[in-house]
Design a binder for this molecule. Sequence first.
Ligand code: PEP
Length: 256
Amino acid sequence: MSDSGAQRRPIVAGNWKMNTTIDEGLALVDALLPLIGSESAVDRVVCPPFISVQAISERLKGSEIGVGAQNLYFEAKGAFTGETSAAMLAGLVTYVIVGHSERRHVFGESDVVVKKKVWAALGAGLTPILCVGETLAERDAGETEMVLRRQVRSALEGLTDTAGLVIAYEPVWAIGTGRAATSADANAGNAIVRDELAQVLGQDVAAATRIQYGGSVTPANAVELLGQPDIDGALVGGASLVADSFAAIVKAAATA
Ligand code: PEP
């Protein structure tokens, strides 16, 4: 399944990962505001570390730049040392990244855990950015399509209200490596995700859902990647830490 994407507003989100102190994060959004504050053809989101979420949310209040968390825990509350619930994030952030490859592969999150997190986020009125993607070994074994379909189905099957859900296709081998997928491969991955979404939640949801590409997106490759019909924006790691670079990617999304 492929799609023109004409009806989907692009969304570019910056995943700051474990970078920036509170002051550094505030300086970064202060630099971003004049660059992308009024780029209203694109949804713009920053996802700072938990420790900075409140300060960044306050600084961005009244602006059009949204804030997301990088993770959450699916339980509502209790003896889960170090974790943060969806209810704790609600009101502070609009978005939450779920199932990022570093959560899956560094911290061992399974498909079952990712599903619980997506459902917990939606239950608290947050918009999940669900990350899916194959490892290099899976790609080399010809398993990309199977992995993407499994991850999408596992996280979303049974949902009745997706409330603006965003999905990011992020090939694990492209994240933080400087080796982005080709625009054709990235678009093909997104098209598989959209096709599985249609099978799991129906054509209308599939046509309306924004599917980002993530993995070494930079100002140099953004125009080409974001111009693909099934790519509705980007999830950006390294380049989101430099205001000019993130702004250039947002502008690429606006013109794509
Ligand atoms: C990411 O963290 O989701 C990501 C895509 O990182 P990078 O842009 O650095 O590859």
